[in-house]
Ligand binder design. Structure first.
Ligand code: GLU
Length: 469
């Protein structure tokens, strides 16, 4: 049977990191098995569901490269179908109308609590005679769930998890206004969408038992299920905003590459030996349920940052330049000239060596597009001493004479200038970097000279010398 998985987010907020990991696992499992990965928007909570959140989910998944098959299913639009299944259960005596009032239910909970029992519905309308129906009350429809025995969820991650049926009360399927509840909608949609495998957070484990009872009562096959431990913060506590419980777009804005975040999320709860850097092809090839961890994974920003650096260093220069361009446009308030972008692309190989994020890459390429005369930062400024100025001037004069401008010829010129002045290379390289970039960190200085080109390089050196305060 073809594997069909789904990601079923409630669009009440952005696609957060936990949801993204759930989506990734379902996507990988489907791709590994050459099956389908479907998307279902669980928008039945009309108050809290927003179009902006739906858009953010689509965008987040696309950015992460998690493409879904078929049109997304919107759960709310299927409410008639959900209600139809409830009516069928009523007709078969597997569900019943319950007329208990709000006060009655509150009292029931109070009594249960006072007696030290879980506050569950006591089934008072389960077998009641219709003649007792109170006038003017719109009933809810409840599921007649088994009272005795146990329900065992054969979970692929958690193992067999046993629930005592008396703990699982007769849940509501249709509210008094006729709208279906979440539990009913999920069961019907999973069946109608042909879902064979459900991978989701283990906060849904109890729901799994309830859903299983319902599925079995209807007579449908129970999907395979894998409930994955939630993501915790580095201190083991529930993941908070500070810990990284942010929307996927926040990671994009912080300058993480989607492939790095995807790799990180994969390792957050799944492992393949000691492998840390795992390509998408390998992930699809290797992904399985057996290697999902049983304990909560801890979110670790340092590890994510490290992976991001690795992915940046391995990334294509043109690709990185395209990512950097809009950030630079935003920083400078104008579109970046295509010739300048070419310059950045040329320098990218050196720039990406040190970068931890696309944002830091943008910062470090700023010097390439800066207009003369450059504003030197304080540290850079302090390097342009009188002595340095004199050598820089000699260097500029020597550079003027170069017939060919490439990495080798400029290097030779810099070394020769240092030698004549009786200085170590570093003594000239430092102020030179300051003059050329306005800062004290940059790619290798000969690379900088080469990409900046003759005119900009010599111009910037002379600017620094003549602007010395
Ligand atoms: N809509 C649920 C959520 O966002 C997921 C339901 C499911 O996966 O069964 O938590």
């Amino acid at each position: 049977m073809t594997v069909v998985t789904r990601f079923a987010p409630s669009p009440t907020g952005f696609l957060h990191i936990g949801g993204a990991r759930t989506a990734l696992f379902n996507w990988l499992y489907a791709r590994h098995n050459k099956g389908k990965f479907l998307l279902r928007i669980e928008d039945t909570d009309r108050e809290r569901s927003t179009d902006a959140a739906i858009e953010a989910i689509f965008e987040g998944l696309k950015w992460l490269g998690l493409d879904w098959d078929e049109e997304p299913v919107f759960q709310f639009s299927r409410r008639e179908r959900h209600a139809e299944v409830a009516r069928q259960l009523l007709a078969e005596g597997k569900a019943y109308y319950c007329y208990a009032s709000r006060e009655e239910l509150a009292e029931m909970r109070e009594t249960a609590r006072a007696e030290g029992r879980p506050p569950v519905y006591d089934g008072r309308w389960r077998d009641r005679d219709p003649s007792e129906v109170p006038a003017g009350v719109d009933p809810v429809v409840r599921f007649k769930s088994p009272n005795e025995g146990v329900t065992i969820v054969n979970d692929l991650v958690q193992g067999d998890v046993t629930f005592a049926n008396e703990q699982l009360d007769d849940m509501i399927l249709l509210r008094a206004d006729g709208t279906p509840t979440y539990m009913l909608s999920v069961v019907v949609d999973d069946y109608d969408m042909g879902i064979t495998d459900i991978i989701r957070g283990d906060d849904h484990l109890t729901n799994a038992a309830r859903q299983q009872q319902l599925i079995e009562a209807i007579g449908w096959p129970v999907p395979r299920r894998a409930h994955i431990p939630l993501i915790h913060g580095p201190d083991g506590a529930k993941l908070s905003k500070r810990h990284g419980a942010l929307g996927v777009e926040a990671y994009r804005d912080m300058g993480y590459l989607p492939e790095a975040l995807r790799n990180y999320l994969l390792r957050l709860g799944w492992s393949h030996g000691d492998d840390e850097v795992i390509s998408t092809e390998q992930a699809i090839d290797w992904f399985n349920i057996e290697n999902i961890g049983k304990s909560a994974a801890r979110f670790d920003f340092a590890k994510l940052e490290n992976l991001n650096g690795i992915y940046i260093r391995n990334a294509d220069d043109a690709y990185l330049t395209a990512l950097v361009a809009p950030i630079l446009a935003q920083k400078t308030g104008q579109e970046i000239d295509p010739n300048r972008l070419k310059l950045i692309e040329k320098a990218m190989n050196g720039l990406k060596e040190r970068a931890k994020s696309v944002n830091s890459l943008a910062d470090s390429s700023l010097f390439l597009i800066a207009e003369r005369p450059l504003a030197l930062d304080e540290k850079a400024e302090s390097l342009i001493t009188e002595e340095a100025s004199a050598v820089l001037k000699q260097l500029a004069d020597r550079l003027e004479t170069l017939e060919i401008w490439d990495k080798d010829t400029v290097e030779e010129a810099v070394r020769a200038t240092a030698e004549v002045a009786g200085l170590k290379l570093g003594k000239i390289a430092q102020p030179l970097r300051a003059a050329l970039t306005g800062t004290t960190v940059s790619p290798g200085i000969f690379d900088v000279l080469e990409v900046l080109g003759r005119e900009q390089s010599i111009g910037r050196i002379r600017d620094a010398v003549s602007n010395r305060k």
